[in-house]
Design a protein around this ligand. Structure first.
Ligand SMILES: [Zn+2]
Length: 452
């Protein structure tokens, strides 16, 4: 079984319980699992047996970044005229007709494009939330696309069932029947979900939002997910309109709505949660319900500043999400970590959030939110998912504290990225598919979507 040794790193930031940062760091792994982490001197004996040795002078090594919320299909509708200055509901209404034209090839191309962007910027695992299935699109299209890039993938089977004619937001042409939604959830879980440690693919159940599905579907989705042992995901309390809709339509705040329908627990994570109040934060902390914090998207859509400090103080698991590329419009997790830190400082002052805390949320925090106790730390026994950041680039050179610099002066790209001990990015380039092929496929889809 092949043994790999990474050595001579400027520093290894482990994110372990002691938050160890190891100058002159090294790491050895075999069969996708870390076997030792320490100084290069401490791990010198591994050099004799190693099949591969990777030098990491001048580099910081971190656990791979974890993306807890995305809609990868949206990677082809960035900076779309008419949607660039809209708030959430207006933005959605502008985009639905374009998304209705997507084919399976478009979803595949958009997914590879989005995951290429994430991998090149240090992400080793991404969740995805696909909630519309026009023209024969299936969740399978995204899972096949992810396998091509090589990152871990938590696909969630989204859905919309309440169209405009029933008082919902999406056009009737984009909603599905609820029995068909549940049947397809079962199909994709049975076909793709892997519950084991080291899983490359997991599947979750993810009705789009309380304003696009019925209470019945929310409840049935929770029952189905628990029966199958998979996680639940949706959007919650994203902005003031979202809360107003909940109060008017359901007579309660989003947190109460979630609780009554079975949508709290350590097997649930909600995107955004910008507008959670104190009682809702307590509820999430008590039940270990996770939050995908998407600061770039929240800024872009003017949704507000999520109370991340209060959530973390209370014990709510918090990870980062880039959100769909149509509402960000970039997908770079170090950028999100920086934005998360800056937003808390705007609200609470310069000492509110340290760069290291933002980095912790981007790695270990996200792994916890996604239920991955095998990921998020560089420690013996954990999976070998990590990023090697070469800090000798224009964006980062001059930094004294290289770990803080990942958030304060972030490098634009990763040098190398490993997932399950396998190289996904090497020397700043994708290993499996050349980036020009991914971009060409995305451009072909884009040209067609623009013409229609
Ligand atoms: Zn979203």
């Amino acid at each position: 079984m092949a043994l790999t040794l990474i050595r001579n790193a400027a520093v290894v930031a482990t994110m372990d319980d002691a938050a160890r940062e190891i100058p002159g760091g090294a790491m050895a792994f075999r069969d996708g699992v870390i076997v030792a982490v320490g100084t290069t001197v401490e791990l010198a004996a591994f050099a004799r047996d190693a099949d591969t040795i990777v030098e990491a002078q001048g580099c910081v090594i971190t656990p791979g970044l974890v993306n807890t919320h995305h809609h990868l299909y949206q990677s082809l509708t960035r900076a779309l005229p008419g949607a660039t200055e809209a708030s959430l509901f207006g933005w959605l209404k502008r985009l639905y007709p374009v998304w209705a034209r997507y084919t399976p090839d478009d979803v595949f191309a958009a997914t590879q494009l989005g995951l290429a962007e994430l991998a090149l910027s240090g992400c080793t695992i991404s969740s995805d939330h696909l909630y519309l299935f026009p023209n024969g699109v299936t969740l399978d299209d995204t899972i096949h696309a992810a396998a091509g890039i090589g990152v871990r993938f938590h696909a969630t089977r989204g859905s919309m069932s309440v169209g405009e004619s029933l008082g919902g937001l999406p056009p009737d042409s984009l909603v599905e029947r609820e029995d068909a939604i549940l049947a397809d959830c079962i199909r994709v879980i049975d076909r793709f979900h892997d519950a084991a440690d080291g899983a490359m693919v997991r599947v979750g159940v993810a009705p789009c939002s309380p304003f696009s599905v019925s209470q019945g579907l929310m409840r049935d989705a929770a029952l189905l997910a628990r029966d199958k042992g998979v996680m639940l995901h949706t959007h919650l309390a994203e902005d003031a309109d979202d809360v107003a809709f909940s109060l008017e339509r359901f007579g309660c705040r989003p947190g109460q709505y979630a609780e009554e329908l079975g949508w709290t627990g350590s097997d649930v994570w909600h995107a955004h949660c910008v507008q959670l109040d104190h009682a809702e934060i307590d509820l999430f902390a008590r039940t270990r319900t996770g939050v995908a914090h998407c600061p770039g998207s929240n800024c872009r859509l003017g949704s507000g500043i999520a109370p991340i400090l209060a959530m973390r103080d209370a014990g709510v698991p918090v990870g980062l999400g880039v959100d769909g590329s149509a509402s960000n419009d970039a997908a770079n997790l170090l950028g999100e970590a920086r934005q998360a830190m800056l937003l808390q400082r705007v609200s609470h002052g310069a000492g509110a959030m340290a760069a290291r805390e933002a980095l912790h949320i981007a790695t270990r925090g996200g792994a916890e939110v996604l239920g991955r106790s095998d990921l998020g730390q560089l420690r013996a026994g954990f999976r070998a998912d990590f990023a090697i950041w070469d800090m000798a680039q224009p964006a980062s050179t001059g930094a004294w504290d290289l770990v803080a610099a990942l958030v304060l002066a972030p490098p634009h790209q990763v040098r190398d990225l490993f997932v399950e001990g396998r190289a996904v990015v090497r020397g700043g380039e994708l290993v499996r598919i050349p980036r020009h092929r991914i971009i060409a496929a995305a451009q072909a889809s884009l040209a067609r979507l623009m013409q229609e």
